[in-house]
Design a protein around this ligand. Structure first.
Ligand code: 13P
Ligand code: SF4
Length: 371
């Protein structure tokens, strides 16, 4: 039997059973999870999925599930699934009273900033992010003093305090577009882009705007190296290699396509390569399988994000049942941070998915690293 630390949750978990009704109710979801979940696992997951979906209806709640959630969450209970930008857009326009963030803490804070009147829950408060914890609002204030007059573009993987010191946020889906918008709007030829050094370097390859970058890194993507790509190409010469722009620039230079998590998923479902490698978090491949069809084989390597993996079906169930853990952001911080997030949301969608096409990159790379 599943256990939590809360007797109310334990009692509710104990009452869940894999009945014929539950089996029928969840059969379509099971079909999407083909090959990812065993029949035995499904007997535990199906009742939880049914119970979560029931609670969502009763409480007028939605689950915003990031592409890195495990497939049981992504396909079973996610009302909206996607990349950071897509989830932020959904938080801003959702009619639900409660948002359960299937993702990490900065994503829940972003939802709260965009929808302060809603209750935003995160199933596990320990779901952090190495990028978000690499820079504080106080550090960013000091950086701004060193570069007066330059706009601050912050990756959305930042705390609310950092967003409050930011002129406009960006995600991997729109970073080049946002950097160019900020330079034009401020009438300058350099911008501050924090905290991800690799994203900043990858963006710098795509624009003439000078970039002032910080030394933050994603602990998942920084572990990939160019040898990983060389090895996979030697073993599978026809495989298409897709990488997330949080990877080091030499990794991105060796990839065939680079984009946000949703841009990578779209690439696979639209192009259906026979063999594909997703240089990113491992759950991506599991989640894309259902839409990619049987003709696409997903190859390794991939890395797990320990923070994303803190979010589980049991955690989501407990979160909705007990209304924990509520994510709060100081009203004054929300007021200051909202402009930077809203500016990003209001950017027109790019005509084609954001690409960081290193093969075609010709620009002089001008990155100053903040010491
Ligand atoms: P996306 O915005 O591409 O979904 O990426 C978020 C993230 O945390 C990647 O590590
Ligand atoms: Fe943060 Fe990296 Fe995990 Fe994304 S994958 S949440 S950037 S630690």
């Amino acid at each position: 039997m599943l256990h939590s630390k809360n007797p109310i949750v334990d009692e509710a978990l104990g009452a869940l059973a894999f009945t014929p009704d539950i089996e029928a109710e969840t059969s379509e979801i099971y079909a999407r999870l083909k090959g990812k979940v065993s029949a035995i696992e499904w007997q535990i997951q199906a009742p939880l999925i049914a119970a979560i979906n029931r609670l969502k209806r009763e409480k007028n709640a939605v689950v915003l599930a990031h592409n890195y959630m495990t497939p049981d969450i992504f396909h079973g209970v996610g009302d909206y699934v996607g990349d950071s930008l897509g989830l932020a857009r959904e938080a801003a326009k959702s009619d639900a009273k409660i948002i359960v963030q299937g993702g990490v803490h900065f994503m829940a804070e972003t939802s709260k900033i965009l929808a302060p009147e809603k209750t935003v829950l995160i199933p596990d408060l320990r779901a952090g992010c190495s990028l978000a914890s690499s820079l504080t609002g106080e550090q960013l204030r000091l950086i701004k003093q060193r570069y007066p007059g330059l706009p601050v573009v912050s990756y959305v993987n930042t705390t609310a305090d950092v967003k409050a010191e930011t002129d406009i946020c960006c995600t991997s889906a729109n970073a080049v577009q946002v950097v160019e918008w900020a330079a034009k709007e401020w009438g300058v030829d350099r911008v501050i882009l924090v905290p991800d050094e690799f994203l900043a370097r990858n963006v710098a390859r795509q624009t003439h705007i000078g970039i002032i970058a910080y030394r933050g890194a994603c602990e998942v993507h920084e572990r990939f190296n160019a040898q990983d790509i060389a090895d996979v190409r030697a073993a599978h010469p026809n495989a298409v290699v897709l990488g997330h722009p949080e990877c080091p620039p030499d990794v991105i230079a060796a990839c065939d396509f680079t984009g946000s998590t949703t841009a990578m998923a779209d690439y696979v479902t639209q192009n259906k390569p026979k063999q594909v490698v997703l240089i990113t978090e491992c759950s991506m491949a599991d989640n894309v399988t259902a839409d990619a069809g049987d003709g696409v084989e997903f190859l390794r390597p991939c890395n797990l994000c320990p923070h994303m993996k803190r979010i589980t079906l049991e955690g989501i169930y407990a979160s909705l049942l007990t209304m924990t853990h509520e994510v709060t952001v100081d009203a004054a911080i929300i007021d200051k941070a909202r402009l930077s997030v809203q500016r990003m949301i209001d950017m027109p969608p790019t005509a084609t998915p954001a690409r960081y096409d290193m093969i075609k990159a010709r620009h002089h790379v001008d990155v100053e690293l903040i010491s």
